[in-house]
Design a protein around this ligand. Structure first.
Ligand code: SAH
Ligand code: SF4
Ligand code: F3S
Length: 447
């Protein structure tokens, strides 16, 4: 059958959708972008904020029309919102055929085929031990330079605002041998950059331990080291590490291995200690800055990005100023700012959501303004220097130019040369800066 998959939420969800697309095509089904041609429509959903859920429910509600014209159409909801709401979604959306949570995603191909036969309405939110197996499948319709590999699933940290541990279950790490095999397979298919995914990648291989690893020991560092040995792989990225898991061993591996990108997404959430404490984040603002300093000491070129929540319950003006000042001191290259959204069942949702919406918006605006000013200055400062990018192909907005990304995550547009291929490393001289990207000319080339 022709299957349409729409994905909401984080990269983990994107990766799951891609693995499911790979499993479905291996069974002879076809993946389609067309809503009207589809025999099955799958919505892979997110629960992290209320808005994420509402967006998906709105879209799925609208699909009732498609079913009126095509009664055999199967509509299913999978992923985090499916896990959180289960059966109730079947009641809310009468045209929905099935709900499949995160615990048994790998059963999607079987489920679709059985529903096509008996048209039974199903809600499945149970857990299964094999969730990590079978998720190594990939679907790469176009020539691509990059691929994602999930190395852990779930989360044990229970930050007080966060729904993820409830909808993704306990933290499990995949076997290193499986991950390495998957990486080698991808590189043999032309992949040059791998992004490792997990809710807390730096806790990889620690058996769900909430304490930072002892000095000299980091299974995540060991994994990075082994991946870096793969010939033909140019770059390794990862997201997201919880700050306190960076110890001497992990920092050492990153510093000694040029294939590991010089940009780290290090979620801060707040720069005020009382707020961090109520969030159940196990570090202080000072500790966070120490970790940044330790990384920068070995790698002065390291770029940082982060996640911040504004308007967490009880966040005062003073708390907010601490966050803003810390962000300006660290000088993040990028930041995702979220307005606090209470999630049913989490610890912080038991209290009052007491920062007014207008205040949340104002704080959000101020942080974004700081960021834009900083980005403009940083890009300008790079003009005149040389950098290396991994070529990603023609730019979407100006197809006569190619685009590439630096190891620190900056986008550069440049005129291509004959014989250039997606995934090549290209040396560029930076000529000028735009608002979000740089422009350069070729200064050297390595395939
Ligand atoms: N595991 C990742 C975060 C996954 S959720 C980590 O710990 O870094 C992505 C981001 O969504 C979080 O970093 C947080 O900033 C934001 N977020 C999570 N729950 C939220 C909520 N209830 N309201 C607003 N933002 C939230
Ligand atoms: Fe959520 Fe915290 Fe786990 Fe990240 S570490 S997924 S914010 S509970
Ligand atoms: Fe990701 Fe949203 Fe689930 S952020 S893990 S898709 S709740």
């Amino acid at each position: 059958m022709k299957v349409y998959i729409k994905t909401y939420g984080c990269q983990m969800n994107e990766r799951d959708s891609e693995a499911l697309a790979g499993m479905l095509t291996a069974r002879g089904h076809e993946i389609t972008d067309s809503e009207t041609e589809a025999d099955a429509m799958i919505f892979n959903t997110c629960s992290v904020r209320d808005q994420a859920e509402r967006k998906a429910v709105g879209k799925i509600g609208f699909m009732k029309k498609n079913k009126q014209v095509k009664p055999h159409l199967i509509i299913g909801v999978i992923g985090c919102m499916a896990q959180r709401r289960g059966e109730e979604l079947l009641e809310t959306l009468p045209h929905l055929d099935f709900v499949l949570g995160t615990g048994k995603l790998q059963t999607l191909p079987d489920l679709l085929e059985s529903i096509a036969g008996d048209r039974r309405r199903v809600s499945e939110t149970g857990e299964s031990a094999e969730v990590l197996t079978g998720m190594g499948a990939h679907w790469m319709p176009e020539q691509s330079w990059g691929a994602q590999i999930a190395i852990t699933r779930g989360c044990n940290r229970f930050c007080s605002y966060c729904i993820v541990p409830y909808v993704r279950g306990r933290e499990i790490s995949r076997d290193a041998a499986d991950i390495l095999e998957e990486a080698r397979m991808l590189v043999s298919r032309g992949i040059r950059e791998i992004l490792l995914l997990g809710q807390n990648v730096a806790a990889y291989g620690l058996g769900g331990d909430l304490n930072p690893p002892r000095p000299g020991y980091s299974p995540f560092g060991d994994l990075l080291e082994q991946l870096a040995e793969i010939d033909g792989l140019h770059r390794i990225r990862f997201t997201s590490p919880y700050p306190t898991y960076f110890n001497d061993r992990l920092i050492d591996v990153i510093a000694s291995e040029p294939k590991i990108c010089r940009c780290i997404h290090l979620p801060l959430q707040s720069g005020s200690d009382p707020v961090l404490k109520r969030m159940n984040r196990q570090y202080t603002a000072a500790r966070y800055e120490e970790i940044v300093a330790a990384l920068r000491e070995r790698m002065p070129e390291m770029a940082f990005s982060t996640d911040v929540i504004v308007g967490f319950p009880g966040e005062t003006d003073e708390d907010f100023v601490r966050t803003r000042d810390l962000m300006n001191r660290v000088g993040f290259d990028n930041a995702f700012i979220f307005k606090y959204s209470p999630r049913p069942g989490t610890r912080s949702a038991a209290g009052e959501d007491n920062v007014p919406q207008a205040v949340k918006e104002e704080r959000n605006r101020l942080l974004l303004e700081d960021l834009a000013a900083r980005t403009a200055a940083k890009l300008q400062a790079m003009v005149g220097t040389e950098t290396e990018v991994l070529a990603e192909g023609p730019s979407r907005r100006m197809p006569e130019r190619w685009t590439g990304r630096t190891g620190t995550g900056r986008t550069v547009n440049f005129p291509p040369f004959p014989g250039i291929a997606v995934g090549d490393l290209v040396k560029l001289k930076l000529l000028r800066a735009g608002n979000i990207a740089l422009y350069g000319e070729v200064a050297g080339h390595q395939s």
